[in-house]
Design a protein around this ligand. Sequence first.
Ligand code: SF4
Length: 301
Amino acid sequence: MRYEEPVYRPPSEANSLLIQATLGCPHNQCTFCGMYKGKKFRIRPVSEIKEDICLAKESYGDSVPEADPSFGGHVETMFFPDGNTIIMKTDQLEEIFKFAYQTFPNLKRITLYGSAKIIKFKTLEELIRLRKAGLKRIHMGLESGNDRILKKIQKGADAQTMTEIGQRVKKAGMELSEYVLIGIGGEKLWREHAVDTADVLNAINPDFIRLRTWVPVPVAPLYKDYEAGDFKLLSPHAALREIKLLLEKLEVSSLFLSDHISNFVNISGHLPRDKKSMLKKIDEGLQLDESSFRTEIIERL
Ligand code: SF4
């Protein structure tokens, strides 16, 4: 297989076949993100992408190496890594997705990363076409629902746009995974971050809400502020209080997940069903001494 490093995928795509259709991120300005800094954005030709799909078929047949046996060993899910593959022309994406389903007969789901800034250029009709071509889920970084924070971190979309685009993806019939960045408001804006993020999520009602806790990564522009002491990380207890407020305000029917090592505590469950037990787990965490949580700075996420 031909991969250009670094290659990132969400933990939930661990069993997916990864095909790089785009390299880097066309936005690449988020101050907290170090994923593709130094990697020039480019879209690969459709012919090359199809070649990769064929190469995967030749290499693996119809199965993914080291796949979880519960997946039956078949290529059932395919993920297009690197930021914002959704930026490709709708015709091209349709062609690639159709080819992927023809090549891998057991394929059930195609997913990719897409940010609101980029998806807003796709009409509802285009998104419906993509869903019909097999794009079943989009992983979208909401990060925060607070406009002050969104502007500061240069996400490229305000809360209104985040809401409208999230709703558009849902209306197109796709599953939506929204990522929330715990701690990105720092000590100053944690309340606003939690409350406004809940407001946006309530308006969208995504299928998944996935928590990430911001950790300083040297290549991320925000690292300089952190080093200079201008951006204060939340303590484990403060991060838990932020999650607690977020959870209290949420009125969604979503799967809420802390499926990442950056988080201090794994707070996960179905909303609204498990809200009470998740809040209880947070309260238990708040009773623990802060020294019992992870302390190391993870520099290579
Ligand atoms: S967070 Fe996503 S949209 Fe922002 S720079 Fe990183 S990859 Fe690009």
